[in-house]
Design a protein around this ligand. Structure first.
Ligand SMILES: Cc1cc2nc3c(=O)[nH]c(=O)nc-3n(C[C@H](O)[C@H](O)[C@H](O)COP(=O)(O)O)c2cc1C
Ligand SMILES: [Zn+2]
Ligand SMILES: [Zn+2]
Length: 662
């Protein structure tokens, strides 16, 4: 058994002790914990077997049409109390700290192997797949001009014909129309019945509300310039030249701001001024040859020494929602903000893709107005691309900080020398941090792991360097690359690193799922905590931490949260078929984590711990049980309650393999 069952109060200190000692504590100090008399994970009356669990869901699911959420009585305890069954305790911890389904002991190793990493052979469904008969975009907006493509346009131009083949509406009301008084998707909206007039015209309601602007979009002109490689990175090149000559002595990097920069004000307005100008031979940009020097300093160095404050980042004591690829999308972050997350960060973006103007990569930088302390996270392996990317973003988007992901364990990134491989490439790492820091007006932060290998901690040695190179803050995930999620995060090591980083603030990250976990984490002296899977399992965790309480949230309240997510999703990705299906996919990715939450009211021993695999149980009502299912088919059913039936031939395999329960 690889996961800890903490039964004795002293075992509660496990989080601080680190993984190996925690395991010892469990097996040596409290051997009885693993035996019969140990306090059970949850009330025996809720326990069931895998077979009964799925039989129950199937039988009930047939009784109650899954599309009608009202048919599920969230409050009604219509459930005959299940017979108490033995808990089968299985191990098989995987990448995301999830326990892979492995019925037979012999299958366990295999299952574990299979579960490592991501699902690489996921079916790729093109967004257009769903809509064969697409209406020409020129007809979606009433005010739109004639179709630019004329006869060559492959879309439908006859609205009547389009409506004949359009699938039925997914619901009676359109969240965009309800919220803003006008739905920009018009007839293509999958809830269009709510806002189409008798002649099929798109209705507009009195008292139209402006949709709050989502910031950090990619300007079309800039995209063109990026694609044609017409952007000249004046400041990045300057910084890189300087770095290749060796770092300058002088003021701390926090105080150095590149020449001609405004320390205040929104940088997002002008995309192509002289700082980041389209390259026009002879006119813009510095001479490409070596710079004239006066002794050790250049002209430009002198300008740099002007004491101008870099913007500061003061987030000590704040709750930081971790950057989460796929799951930490803008609609999900809105949910977490509502529950009390203070700091949010975009999903990791790849510098080279941003520099090429890729739309999908730029989408990762988008910021909702509710995200008042917001950063973006970048990945890259080379000082050149990363510094250029930093300059590009400095001029084009509005953020409070830029983070470098030096914790990324993914093979693809690691093999190129990026992610946590940088922890072993000190010279490049230094150039990246110094270079980026020099061209950014906002603070630069770094996310680290303990190291690459399990027993070779590197972070404590890097922290003083990072502080000297000008990093404003570091977040440390208390696990190595090799370790992935197989063991508890090493908070004892994080504590050691707090001292090594001082006075630079260090945020701690790993395994926080309750306010007690957060309190223990804060006792290590970290400036604050970052929360990842905890937020996916229970976004209300932020409230629990702020209010220092446990929240026995009901299944209907949880469904309401999911409904809000779909509303935010439709707002963000659109309410046409493509937007609905995108919203559904991201909901399903989230559900693959959410199912691991065990309702508080069922627990015999508080609080739930992130590394414990819950046994099969029946919830206090049908919906609670359905939400505990680890089957993709059941997640799809939940999605159908909120977004209507899935399109024909729908397949879903979660991105994170560890969630692919069969
Ligand atoms: C689904 C998922 C996606 C993640 N994506 C990122 C990412 O884009 N950038 C990053 O630095 N870490 C990423 N992580 C790691 C988390 O930010 C965090 O460091 C790690 O999960 C440990 O925290 P936890 O124990 O609170 O989950 C991801 C983790 C998960 C589970
Ligand atoms: Zn057309
Ligand atoms: Zn609509």
């Amino acid at each position: 058994m690889t996961y800890t069952r903490q039964c004795h109060p002293s075992a509660r200190q496990d989080l601080l002790r680190g993984p190996s000692q925690a395991n010892n504590a469990q097996t040596l100090e409290n051997p009885h914990c693993l035996r019969k008399g140990a306090p059970p994970f949850m009330g025996l009356r809720y326990l069931t077997t895998k077979e009964q669990f799925h039989e129950f869901l199937e039988a009930k699911g047939q009784e109650k049409p899954s599309q009608d959420s009202e048919a599920v009585d969230p409050a009604g305890n219509d459930l005959a109390e299940p017979e108490a069954k033995r808990i089968r305790l299985e191990d098989g911890q995987t990448e995301d700290g999830q326990a892979e389904e492995a019925a037979e002991p012999g299958e366990q190793l295999q299952a574990q192997k299979r579960a490592r990493g991501q699902n690489k052979c996921r079916p790729h469904v093109k967004p257009t797949h769903y809509d064969k008969n697409k209406l020409c975009p020129s007809l979606v907006q009433e005010s739109a001009a004639k179709c630019f493509y004329g006869d060559r346009c492959r879309f439908l131009h006859d609205v009547g014909h389009y409506l004949e083949t359009k699938p039925a509406d997914l619901g009676p009301s359109c969240v965009l129309f309800e919220t803003f008084g006008r739905c920009p998707y018009g007839v293509t909206c999958r809830f269009a019945g709510a806002h189409l007039g008798p002649e099929g015209q798109n209705l507009v309601r009195e008292g139209l509300v402006q949709a709050p602007p989502v910031r950090n979009g990619l300007d079309k002109a800039l995209q063109q310039q990026l694609r044609k490689r017409k952007i000249h990175f004046k400041h990045a090149e300057q910084a890189l030249r300087q770095l290749s000559r060796g770092p300058l002595p002088g003021p701390t990097p926090e105080a150095t701001v590149p020449e001609g920069r405004e320390a205040e004000g929104a940088p997002g307005q002008d995309n192509c001024d002289s700082q980041l100008a389209p390259q026009e031979p002879d006119t813009v940009g510095p001479p490409s040859g070596p710079l004239r020097t006066f002794g050790p300093l250049t002209d430009e160095d002198v300008v740099r020494l002007r004491p101008r404050e870099k913007r500061r980042l003061d987030i000590s004591g704040k709750l930081y929602l971790a950057p989460l690829t796929t799951c930490g999308n803008l609609p999900f972050r809105r949910i977490c903000k509502r529950f009390g997350a203070d700091v949010t960060c975009g999903e990791m973006a790849v510098c080279t893709n941003l520099l090429q103007g890729q739309t999908s990569e730029w989408a990762l930088l988008k910021r909702h107005p509710c995200e008042d302390i917001f950063g973006v996270q970048l990945e890259g392996a080379f000082p050149d691309t990363m510094t250029k990317c930093a300059e590009l973003l400095n001029r084009t988007i509005e953020v409070d900080f830029v983070d470098i992901n030096v914790g990324c364990p993914i093979d693809l990134v690691f093999k190129k020398g990026g992610g946590c491989a940088l922890m072993n490439r000190l010279a490049k790492f230094q150039q990246i941090v110094r270079g980026m820091n020099q061209v950014l007006d906002v603070p630069l932060t770094v996310k680290l792991r303990t190291g690459v290998q399990e027993r070779v901690n590197l972070a404590h040695r890097l922290l003083p360097d990072l502080r000297d190179w000008g990093a404003a803050l570091v977040t440390l995930h208390g696990r190595s690359r090799e370790q992935r999620y197989t063991k508890l995060a090493d908070w004892q090591y994080i504590e050691q690193c707090v001292a090594a980083a001082s006075p630079m603030p260090l945020f701690g990250n790993g395994d926080i799922l309750s306010y007690e976990d957060a309190n223990r984490a804060l006792q290590t002296g970290v400036a604050g905590v970052m929360i990842a899977r905890g937020a996916l399992l229970k976004p209300w965790l932020f409230t629990e931490i702020k209010e220092q309480r446990h929240w026995d949230i009901s299944s209907s309240e949880r469904l309401d949260i999911l409904r809000d997510f779909t509303h935010y999703g439709l707002e963000h990705w659109g309410s046409d078929t493509q937007g609905v299906e995108k919203t559904r996919r991201f909901l399903l990715e989230w559900l693959s984590f959410l199912c691991r939450y065990v309702p508080l009211g069922l627990l015999e021993r508080l609080p739930q711990r992130i590394n414990e695999r819950p046994p099969y149980y029946l919830g206090r009502n049908y919906l609670e049980t359905l939400m505990a299912s680890q089957k993709a088919a059941d997640w799809i059913r939940i999605s159908e309650m909120l977004l209507g039936p899935v399109p024909p031939n729908f397949v879903f395999l979660p991105k994170h393999k560890a969630n692919a329960y069969k």
